[in-house]
Design a protein around this ligand. Structure first.
Ligand code: PLP
Length: 390
């Protein structure tokens, strides 16, 4: 409530941790850790080695790095799958001519974030027909079709994690590994539940990307790439600033495969996705808090916020979020789409503007998502809901 955004008007964010609305809020402990990190200097590869230990502990992966977001993690993961530990290949990217550069992906998992793969020089190869989503049938891409699309040109199979993802990850891993190809998973928004930090690695993924600025509660411009040590090491060296005499670079044990490089590459394509020491420290602090938190307590805190709002709008209904266990939403159902759109516009036109979860507005539903709400805003929000939605 006491922020300062250079005069830009603040909004009440009841949508969720959406990037467009600047994500959520960081706990004081995270902010303080970032402030302390800002008051000194450190070698970035040593800091990333410390982050790797924390990420490995939280995810069960061999290694991990902090990135400037899940999309950056995806770009770096794709670069790692193509260049592996070949410094000449790293120096050529995003020109991927001559290296395995194809990313096989079920057509139903295509999304606007996968251009991070193209940005690294990857080429998307779509597989399957998502009949089940378009209505005329029940099928989607099959493991057999994925297997068929894997060739010597394949860099990796790409998997967008989610309850709806077909084929399921363990099947994808089975066919990819049988052909010696890694699996790269975008799990940016798959938290909570906290178990998902370990789930995709446990199911055999070679690399997994998470957002730091969503439910994890880290800095908005942070993310995680976790997975196999050789691939994570490749991703790291393609992100680090390498403006130093070659003989001065010694890889820490967390990234030991880098000691086998034939030579030290120049700045890699990840140099455009640079992140600061403050973000690395903030991300790891948030990750540790997230893992240590009691999920029941988190749900109780969110539920209390929504019950306070429901008192002002008795017609609204408390429901569980379908995709995120432990996350309650307060649903406001309107007569139809037009009525919901009118209420949404009225809320956004207020001062401060109120943004509700409008992802189901075409069904005439708006929802209050409690993740990014400030308790101090509850009276204002309750009044706005009463005025615009009753
Ligand atoms: C949010 C999101 C991203 C991007 O995450 P950032 O941390 O904002 O870069 C990528 N993929 C999916 C599926 C997402 O939901």
């Amino acid at each position: 409530m006491s922020g300062d955004w250079l005069g830009a008007p603040r909004v009440i964010n009841a949508y969720g941790t959406n990037t467009r609305l600047s994500g959520g809020m960081m706990a004081p402990e995270v902010v303080e850790a970032m402030a302390r990190a800002a008051r000194g200097c450190v070698e970035m590869h040593a800091l990333q080695a410390a982050a790797s230990r924390a990420i490995a502990e939280a995810t069960g992966a061999e290694a991990g790095i902090a990135t400037s977001g899940a999309a950056a993690a995806l770009m770096l993961g794709a670069a790692a799958c193509m260049a592996r530990l070949d410094p000449a290949a790293m120096n050529r990217l995003p020109d991927s001519a001559g290296m395995p550069n194809e990313f096989v992906v079920p057509r139903s998992q295509r999304n606007m974030y996968d251009r991070a793969i193209a940005l690294a020089g990857g080429r998307i190869v779509e597989v399957g027909i998502p009949d089940r989503l378009s209505g005329p049938g029940v099928r989607d891409a099959s493991a057999g079709e994925l297997a068929e699309a894997i060739t010597p040109r394949t860099a990796a199979v790409f998997h967008l994690a989610g309850e709806q993802a077909e084929p399921p990850l363990p099947e994808v891993v089975r066919v990819a590994h049988a052909r010696g190809v890694p699996v790269l998973v975008d799990a940016a928004a798959q938290l909570p539940p906290a178990e998902n930090l370990r789930r995709f690695i446990a199911e055999g993924a070679d690399l997994v990307c998470f957002s730091g600025g969503k439910a994890l509660g880290g800095p908005q411009a942070s993310g995680i790439l976790a997975g196999r040590r050789d691939l994570v090491s490749s991703a790291l060296i393609q992100m680090l600033d390498l403006d130093l005499p070659e003989e001065q670079f010694v890889a820490p044990p967390e990234f030991a495969p880098l000691n086998q490089l034939r030579f030290l590459p120049h700045h890699g394509i990840g140099r455009v996705a640079k992140l600061g020491k403050e973000e690395v420290v903030g991300l790891v602090t948030a990750l540790r808090r997230f893992v240590a938190a009691d999920p029941g307590e988190r749900t109780a805190r969110w539920t209390a916020r929504l019950l306070a709002l429901q008192a002002a709008l008795p017609g609204a209904v408390l429901v569980p979020d379908g995709a995120k266990p432990g996350l309650p939403l307060l649903e406001i159902r309107f007569a139809g789409r037009a009525e919901a759109q009118r209420a949404d516009a009225a809320l956004r036109g207020r001062e401060p503007a109120v943004h509700l979860d409008a992802s189901r507005i075409r069904l005439g539903v708006l929802a209050v998502n409690p993740i990014a709400l400030d308790d101090g805003d509850l009276p204002l929000l309750a009044a706005a809901l009463k005025e615009c939605c009753a």
